[in-house]
Design a protein around this ligand. Sequence first.
Ligand code: ZN
Length: 158
Amino acid sequence: MNTATLDDQGVVVACPECGQQNRLMYNRLGDTVRCAKCKTTLPSVATPIDIDSAAHFDALVGGASLPVVVDYWAPWCGPCRMVAPELVKVAARQAGKLIVAKVNTDELSDLGRRFGIMSIPTMAVFAGGHEVERTSGARPAGDIEAFVAQATTRATSR
Ligand SMILES: [Zn+2]
């Protein structure tokens, strides 16, 4: 399982071959990138990314060349725990096509307030730097994928 962290410019992942840290630039997330050290083709981000700060959230959703599905959640929320493994499936199945990002609204309450998150789990789709759709409540991976596909289709046809 690869773990991904964020910085101001991109998603930082370890090369599965040599362990070298590589940055996948936000505006090139859909591109094929090779490890700077051993030239292995790096796998697309295939796991949910835990957002650690509002600045990194803004950098990701503002610059990402792929749609970003944001899951607003909190550790004490039962339905959030139910949807967590579904989002893991979505991130794996849709690797290279979208990014799944998780916002803990207890830790990042400023983001929850800014987006007016009233109930959790809430899932929001960002495309082209803007929120295009949101929905509340837990649902299976297939439904999440359908929701995202619908939201991004609508966003690009606008
Ligand atoms: Zn490498």
